[in-house]
Design a protein around this ligand. Structure first.
Ligand code: AMP
Length: 222
């Protein structure tokens, strides 16, 4: 049986990662977080990791050929060893070439149909949110310093809350430019196919969580 895919789109800092995680838990779906996967490879210090770091530390998108290879391997492995009832893709695709590659990969490993939840946020709120974002260096939980200003992670109680290198102001500016130039065209790509529902994340997490769940219900195959 084919595994439905829900793609999470949205600019950096819109809350995409948080809401993909929350929806995956609520809907009993799998969560594929490409940014975390890439950060893990980068940290390993392998030749591929060093190559990834060169792009990621500058806020640039990693070239499509490399991303497509990594994602193809990771998705095939996931479907083979631990197939979820549905899969949320967080951070992939981020370019039209990646979206086209996903169609091919999905057809070959029985993933699909594809639908998209797009999370929107005005630029000034994005910059503020990213500046306030802290991430646990152990479990990956995300916090806003305005809501929790401690240093130790209150979730796993052993990690430290840190600012990601690519959340620093200069890098964020570059990531927003990359989003506008390369990722935003996906809104048209999927919009034309009639598979996209948008949600605005200009409200507290619990409110946006309900909006995202509403969007999920809307795109459920009938
Ligand atoms: P994220 O945590 O999803 O914001 O991703 C962090 C960084 O990983 C991005 O700024 C990019 O450098 C890289 N990255 C993540 N996903 C992709 C993708 N689909 N294509 C190219 N680069 C990516």
């Amino acid at each position: 049986m084919s595994i439905p895919i829900i793609i999470f789109l949205g600019p950096p800092g819109c809350g995409k990662g948080t809401h993909a995680k929350l929806l995956a838990e609520r809907a009993g779906a799998g969560h594929f977080d490409l940014g975390s996967l890439l950060r893990g490879i980068a940290k390993s210090g392998s030749p591929r990791g060093v190559e990834l770091t060169g792009f990621m530390s500058k806020g640039l998108l990693v070239p499509d050929t490399l991303i497509i290879e990594i994602v193809r391997d990771a998705l095939s492995e996931r479907v083979k060893t631990n197939p979820p009832p549905a899969l949320l893709l967080d951070g992939f695709p981020r370019t039209v070439a990646q979206a086209e590659a996903l169609e091919k990969v999905a057809a070959s490993i029985e993933l699909g149909p594809v639908s998209v939840i797009n999370i929107n946020l005005p630029n000034e709120l994005i910059v503020e949110r990213i500046a306030n974002r802290r991430v646990c260096n152990k479990c990956g939980a995300i916090f806003d310093v305005l809501e929790f200003s401690g240093k130790e992670c209150p979730k796993c109680k052993s990690g430290q809350l840190i600012q990601r290198d690519d959340d620093k102001a200069e890098v964020v500016r570059r990531r927003l430019e990359e989003y506008a130039a390369k990722t935003a065209p996906l809104l048209q790509f999927y919009g034309k196919k009639g598979k996209l529902v948008s949600v605005v994340s200009d409200a507290p997490v619990e409110v946006v969580r309900e909006r995202v769940y509403g969007a999920y219900k809307q795109i459920q195959p009938k």
